[in-house]
Design a protein around this ligand. Structure first.
Ligand code: MN3
Length: 202
């Protein structure tokens, strides 16, 4: 059975960038909902509920939409909570910092490309920084709860950073102002955690 991962901070700790009420609803209603529905959907077809999530996602085209949407929702939010934090004081460690300079020229230009990509995504979905099989950094977006680990998405790889572009992630505080939410998210990125995720892939 899949279970909701523990948060490493309190709902109010990300304020004023993300407010406590949004955090609580996002975690206890949305993420819990994806988790419960994923378990129920796997059980309904007598599928293995002990399968590692990465393995499920790598074979997601063999399953129906309920499992695709909820497995994505479960994984995406589990990643999301870890790559934001109240620390707000870190920058990418050397290896990742060098890779960002190599692929995007500079940190500044990476952040502006990341923001532009997230702003350009129509409707609900996610914008990701992933590491592909050639160990290159790639910016990509996916619709709904899809992610780059899924075997049917165009741009595949392992995500090390991702922003939730569903309005439920920001509407209470930022209303329809996605740009202001993206700026707030960038302030919250835990670059220690993103660097750690990068380091294990290269
Ligand atoms: Mn969400």
């Amino acid at each position: 059975m899949f279970t909701l991962p523990k948060l490493n901070y309190n709902y109010s700790d990300l304020a004023p960038y993300i407010d406590a009420e949004t955090m609580e609803i996002h975690y206890t209603k949305h993420h819990q909902g994806y988790t419960d529905k994923l378990n129920a959907a796997l059980e309904s077809i007598k599928a293995d509920t002990e399968i590692p999530i990465e393995e499920l996602l790598a074979n997601i085209s063999k399953y129906g939409m309920a499992i695709r949407n909820n497995a994505g929702g479960f994984y995406n939010h589990s990643l999301f909570w870890t790559i934001i934090s109240p620390k707000r004081s870190t920058s990418p460690r050397n290896v990742l910092s060098e890779a960002i300079s190599k692929h995007f020229d500079s940190m500044e230009s990476f952040l502006s490309s990341f923001k532009a990509k997230a702003l350009a995504h129509f409707g609900s979905g996610w914008t990701w920084l992933l590491v592909n099989q050639n160990k290159e950094l790639v910016l990509t977006s996916t619709a709904n709860q899809d992610n780059p680990l899924m075997d049917m998405v165009q741009e595949q790889g392992t995500p090390i950073l991702g922003i939730d572009l569903w309005e439920h992630a920001y509407y209470l505080k930022h209303q329809n102002d996605r740009a202001s939410y993206i700026d707030a998210f960038i302030e919250l990125i835990d670059w220690d955690e993103v660097s750690r995720r990068y380091a294990v892939l290269i």
